[in-house]
Design a protein around this ligand. Structure first.
Ligand code: GAP
Length: 486
């Protein structure tokens, strides 16, 4: 698809054609490296490099600002990764957080029974073992003297950040004097012993989540609230640069709902545009679930089941809420938008990716990251690195910008190469210091997307760059403004 012509280059490819293109760019330019590579790697584990960690932090900061700062009804927390084992007993994860596993008797390949159609995905054989359940929580033992199989020392790495929020519900509600409805947000690492991890950072055993539990009254319109949060997140993803045409909604069928959910809508992203079968192009980016009062009841000391038996004999607290207005006590219900940092990062990279090719067949990669997410906001480049005055002025400009925005200095190539490198990692603006700068105290600012150049006084540079970055950042979304249909 031809989009336009800039400086002899024809813009023709928008969005990455497949995940492999991003794997190669990510490794080449320091976003993501295969983990433990010097020892042959560790299946599906990835390390975030200097640019990847910035991009990931910017995504989490954008999310935090959007929910915790811009709204008035959400608090943030950061709970432990290793929690009391009883949390996972009463959350239902010990009993139900498992996947059906089968082995191929021909090639010994192991896979999830619910993701295949009766055939080995490696060799096509139908000679498979009977499915057996496998709990996906990573186990560990607590204490220096603990024996490997000592049940008293058994603990798990959390498979979702959500439970750390539920067990702190009362702490947050009372210390922050919150009334319903309000939410608690948390991001951090989660761990799942996935049977078939893969597709780069899409499915890994260690990953990061951004979860928010929104507590509401039992008689709230839960289905409408799910729809509203779906709409808000679609708009948030678009504000990050994810394209609307690469997002779609999926109403999870009743039989496939998680044990705690009464309704879940997944926001899907087109991670596999190269697949001819349209249905197979999509994978879950995040889910929005109506978790009812399942979790708060399960962790509460006074909650009872239909036979009036206590559902939890170990909890020392009752996580119920007293409504001053109606003088009623009840367990709040929960709407949960649960997103993956890594999957968001991959979607952002795929849609930011574009290529330009000139008539000599030379291709340039331009990463059109939203300025709020770009790892580096401005690169300061000296036109001549053998001129100490120019180098000194460029370094001084870099230092002066650093307190207000992330800037880097680079003199490791000719100016054309330096521009190309910054385009490839998504730096919105390059600032060039040349011979004339020494005379007129001005620099050239080059735009990543249009390649247009403007002369700006050094004294006005910080304000100019900040204004440009702000103008390019989309407004944060409000609820109920999406146009996607389920
Ligand atoms: N608390 C609800 C919950 O954890 P989930 O759908 O299992 O729901 C939420 O996970 C999000 O976490 C997913 O939509 C996905 O973005 C991310 N996620 C889950 N498992 C993952 C994995 N193995 N690798 C990378 N991201 C994962």
């Amino acid at each position: 698809m031809t989009i336009g012509v800039i400086c002899g280059y024809i813009l023709f490819k928008m969005s990455a054609p497949n995940i492999d293109t991003i794997v190669s760019l990510a490794k080449r330019r320091g976003f993501v490296f295969p983990s433990s590579e010097i020892y042959g790697g560790l299946g599906s584990a990835w390390d975030y490099g200097p640019l990847g960690v910035e991009l990931s932090n910017n995504i989490k900061q954008s999310w935090w600002r959007w929910l915790v700062y811009d709204r008035d009804d959400i608090e943030g927390i950061d709970s432990s990764i290793i929690l009391n084992r009883l949390v996972w007993k009463y959350s239902g994860h010990e009993a139900t957080f498992h996947d059906p596993l089968v082995d191929c008797r021909e090639c010994k390949f192991r896979m999830r029974a619910d993701k295949i159609e009766g055939k080995c995905t490696n060799c096509g054989s139908t000679n498979l073992t009977e499915p057996r359940f496998f709990n996906m929580m990573f186990r560990t033992t607590i204490g220096a003297a603990a024996e490997e199989d000592d049940p008293a020392a058994l603990a798990y790495l959390r498979p979702e950040t959500a439970q750390g929020i539920f067990i702190n519900f009362l702490n947050v509600q009372t210390t922050m004097r919150r009334k319903l409805p309000f939410g608690i947000a948390q991001f951090g690492k989660s761990f799942r012993n996935e049977i078939t991890p893969g597709n780069f950072i899409l499915r890994t055993r260690e990953f990061e989540q951004m979860e928010m539990e929104y507590f509401v009254k039992p008689d709230a319109d839960h289905s409408r609230l799910v729809d509203e949060w779906v709409d808000s997140y679609v708009e948030w993803f678009k504000a990050l640069g994810v394209k609307g045409e690469n997002l779609k909604l999926h109403e999870v069928p009743r039989g496939e709902l998680a044990h705690y959910s009464k309704r879940t809508v997944d926001i899907m992203y087109r991670y596999f545009p190269e697949r001819p079968d349209e249905e197979r192009q999509w994978e879950e980016l995040m889910g929005i679930a109506y978790r009812t009062d399942f979790d708060l009841r399960s962790h509460s000391s006074k909650a009872t089941d239909s036979e009036l038996q206590r559902v939890n004999v170990d909890s020392t607290q009752d996580l119920s809420y007293f409504d001053e207005a109606t003088k009623e006590r009840f367990y709040p219900h929960v709407i949960e938008p649960a997103a993956g940092v890594n999957r968001t990062l991959l979607a952002v990279l795929m849609d930011a990716y574009s290529e330009k090719t000139n008539d000599k067949g030379e291709t340039r990669v331009i990463l059109k990251l939203s300025p709020q997410l770009a790892p580096i906001k401005a690169a300061i480049l000296p036109l001549a690195k053998n001129k100490p005055e120019i180098v000194g002025m460029a370094k001084a400009i870099k230092r002066s910008l650093q307190p207000v925005l992330r800037a880097v200095y680079d003199d490791t190539g000719g100016i054309g190469k330096l521009y190309a490198r910054q385009d490839e990692i998504g730096t919105p603006m390059c600032v060039t210091v040349d011979h004339q700068s020494l005379e007129d105290e001005a620099v050239t600012v080059r735009d990543r997307d249009t390649w247009e150049q403007e002369r700006v006084k050094v004294a006005e540079l910080a304000e100019y760059l900040q204004r440009r970055l702000k103008a390019a950042a989309p407004v944060q979304p409000v609820a109920g403004s999406s146009t996607l249909e389920i």
